[in-house]
Each structure stands twice: as C-alpha cells, then as structure tokens.
Design a binder for this molecule. Structure first.
Ligand SMILES: C[S@@+](CC[C@H](N)C(=O)[O-])C[C@H]1O[C@@H](n2cnc3c(N)ncnc32)[C@H](O)[C@@H]1O
Ligand SMILES: [Zn+2]
Length: 406
C-alpha cells in the first residue's frame, strides 16, 4: 500500500489510466461551481477527459516505433502530473528514455513522485524548466529526440521552432491545439497572428483547424530545412491533434511546402476547391457553380492529413491490448482509415439540406446513393453528419432532392 498522504500540499487521489497508476489532484476539491473547468483550477494540471488523447498518443508512438524499428527517445516538455510521459515509458515497447518538463514546480514534484511509484526512475527524467529552454538543450546533432509531444494549454505554436530543432531525422512530432475559437474562425485575427493562416467558419472548420496547424508546422519546419509529412490527425472534445513525421533536407522542406495552399469556399452554394496559389482566383474570385464571391482559408496544409497505412499500424497495436476506451478508439481509427484517401473537406448533410429546405436523409443513405451514381463517398470521424465525396456540390444537392422526392 502506497502512502500518498503527505506527498503534496494539496488534495490528491490515485487513479489508473492505461497500464499505469498515478497520483493526481483531486479535481472535485478545487471547483466551487459545476460550471468551473476543474483541470485548470487545480495546483497541478490533470484532465481525465484527455485519456483518449493519451491513448492515441501511446498508439501512434508505438506504431511509429514499429515503423522505424529502433529504440526511441521521447520528450514531453509540458507534462503536468506526468501521466503522458509515464505512459509512454511504461506502455510503448522500445522506449529508451523519456524526458518530461514543466514550468510549475509542484507539477514536477508530482511527476517525479509518479515516476518513482511506477518504477521508471532509470528511464524517465523530469525537469523544472520552460519548454522552449528544455527543448533548446537538445537541438544539437545526436542529442535530438525521436519523438516530441507538445500538449499545452491553448496553442502549440509557441513551441514549434524549438520542437522541430530538437527532432532528429526521421522523427515524430505530436501537437495538440485546444484554441479552437481562433482555428475555427471565431477569432480570425488571432488565427492569422498565431498560425499565419486565415480560418473560415465553415461546417468543416475542424478539418481546417488541423490543416491550419499542419500548414504552420510545415512553414516552421521549412525554415530549418526540414520537411514534414502528416500521418495522423483528428479532432475530439474541443481540441485538434496532428502527428507529423519530420525529415531533414532542403529538398524535403521544398516538397512539404508544396502541400501548403488555400481552400476556397462558397458560402452561398457550399462549393469548395483547393488552390496552390491565389493569382488566378484573386482575379476571378467567383464560385464556378453559382458565381458568388469565394471566401479564402489559408495558407494551410492541403496535402493528406492521414496515412492509411499508419492508421492500419495503429489499429494493429490497439488490437494487441485492452484499453478502457477500446470501443471509441476502434471506431475512430476505422473511420479515419476509411477517410484517409478521400477528397479534401467534408459536407454536412444538415447544412446542405438546410440550403435546400429539405429534411436530411441518413448519411448512410446519401453515401450509398453517391456510390451507386459512380462517385467516391465515405463518412468522416470529424462529425457523424459528414461525408467526403468527389461529387460536385450541385450533384450532391440533386441527389438529396431525388431522395426527398422518392
Ligand atoms: C495541458 S497541461 C499538460 C497536460 C499533460 N501533457 C497531460 O497529458 O496530462 C500543460 C502544462 O504545461 C505547463 N506549462 C505552461 N507553460 C509552460 C512553459 N512555458 N514551459 C513548460 N511548461 C509549461 C503547465 O504548468 C501545465 O502543466
Ligand atoms: Zn457557389
């Protein structure tokens, strides 16, 4: 029996997540009303709702380790109570070392305690340091990490430069962004300021959020002659997560920058298209389906945001063990694998039907009808009402009208 009574000077409790037991702040003790966001009221950050985020992180890092087939070093410079880094060390086979850090002294004390009770002192270190300073210490060749996981409050952009500098050739970077208001176009100025791209308040804004973050990462990496490839991304519970591999070389950087462009959206008819550059569109600026003015999102990542093979590898890893959230993990991975090679941006049936003044059919029905008309069509993990298809907006609307008339 572990005596946790006097470890910290605030109320704590022992929880189990994945294969580890960790001491965390007793969240109930820090909220005065149910509307308060408990994780940020506690003296050390811990959010139980992010279990899925950490499960996917464990899966993605294990899948990456299998892909590269070498022992890996991991850095998690914003570690809170240490649960994520401890899970990496305990659950990802082939993990050589984990370096965690946090600017909050009490977080470091708690994380150190959690490292000890999990018997990981030999492979896990925790530093009380600013994330950028910590990463900067590992920017030299041979000191760099195989994996860096940036999981901050709000935006990860403040840490992008130091994160890419601390990554070796053929490495993995994982980013969480919780600042969905800027990324989804509620605060467009903040998005432009932070991510260097313009968002749009469209029905597929969560995909745009992942693309704005990936675009910003590609631009940052390119400054250091690094190229990125986005191999997995998703959104859940008001955050977006992007996983990208990082490779060295000016040519790799040039290649990855080619995936940065624009998405043009028509708010009148919901048509959308991508553009590598804006020269032509600046002159016309008109929707080719209804001739209304097009709105522009970007610059952002217009390349793939999921790799089907990598999703398959994550599925394999997931099947080898039991997660508390196994059902959710399995369902999300299946959806992502299925949409991995589908066209960019999704339609939302309710939004289309609202324009047409029709009741929305089931997504399954619309997908079936699109497929039997010869189009590619599939669901998306981003929303249960979403479909990806290569059919034009006009064609989808025609089909919806036919379904309603039938
Ligand atoms: C969202 S929490 C991390 C949660 C953790 N990754 C997990 O999975 O449970 C963000 C953490 O970053 C820490 N932090 C904030 N600014 C920092 C900085 N500049 N350098 C290092 N840590 C920082 C906070 O103290 C907090 O513990
Ligand atoms: Zn239009």
């Amino acid at each position: 029996m572990i005596n946790t009574g006097s470890v910290m000077d605030f109320q704590t409790e022992m929880i189990t997540e994945g294969n580890v037991k960790v001491l965390v702040p007793k969240l109930k003790a820090f909220v005065k009303s149910p509307s308060e966001y408990a994780p940020s009221k506690a003296p050390v950050f811990y959010n139980p709702v992010m279990e899925l985020n950490r499960d996917f992180a464990v899966l993605a890092v294990q899948a990456f380790q299998r892909m590269v087939q070498r022992e890996i070093s991991i850095c998690e410079p914003l570690s809170g109570c240490g649960i994520r880094g401890i899970r990496f060390a305990n659950e990802v086979k082939g993990t050589k070392s984990v370096l965690m850090g946090d600017i909050n002294r009490r977080a470091v004390k708690l994380a150190n305690y959690n490292v000890r009770i999990n018997g990981l002192d030999q492979r896990v270190t925790v530093r009380n340091e600013d994330a950028n300073r910590l990463l900067a210490n590992y920017a030299a060749p041979r000191a760099r990490f195989d994996v860096v996981d940036i999981d901050p409050f709000g935006s990860p952009v403040l840490y992008l430069d130091s994160a890419v500098r601390a990554l070796r050739h053929d490495s993995l970077l994982a980013l969480t962004a919780t600042d969905m208001a800027p990324l989804c176009g509620v605060h467009p100025k903040a998005c432009l300021r932070k991510y260097g791209g313009k968002p749009l308040r469209t029905e597929y804004c969560h995909e745009l959020a992942a693309r704005l973050l990936a675009g910003c990462l590609a631009a940052t990496a390119a400054k250091h002659d690094l190229g990125i490839d986005v191999i997995f991304s998703y959104s859940a519970n008001h955050y977006v997560r992007v996983y990208a591999t990082v490779k060295y070389g000016a040519k790799k950087a040039d290649e990855s920058i080619k995936n940065v462009g624009y998405i043009l959206h028509c708010f009148n008819c919901l048509h959308r298209e991508t553009a590598k550059e804006l020269l032509f569109h600046e002159q016309s600026g008109k929707c080719k389906e209804c001739n209304s003015n097009l709105s522009i999102a970007g610059p952002l990542w217009i390349g793939r945001i999921f790799d089907r093979q990598f999703c398959g590898l994550m599925e394999e890893v997931a099947k080898e063990r039991k997660f508390e959230l196994a059902g959710k993990i399995e369902k999300t991975l299946a959806l992502i694998k299925n949409e991995a090679e589908a066209p960019i941006t999704y339609y939302v049936t309710d939004k289309l039907c609202h324009k047409l003044n029709l009741a929305a059919p089931s997504v399954t029905k619309l997908i079936e009808d699109l497929r039997s008309s010869g189009f590619q069509a599939c669901a998306t993990h981003f929303t249960p009402k979403g479909i990806r298809t290569d059919a034009s907006t006009m064609k989808i609307k025609k089909l919806l009208q036919e379904i309603a008339d039938y």
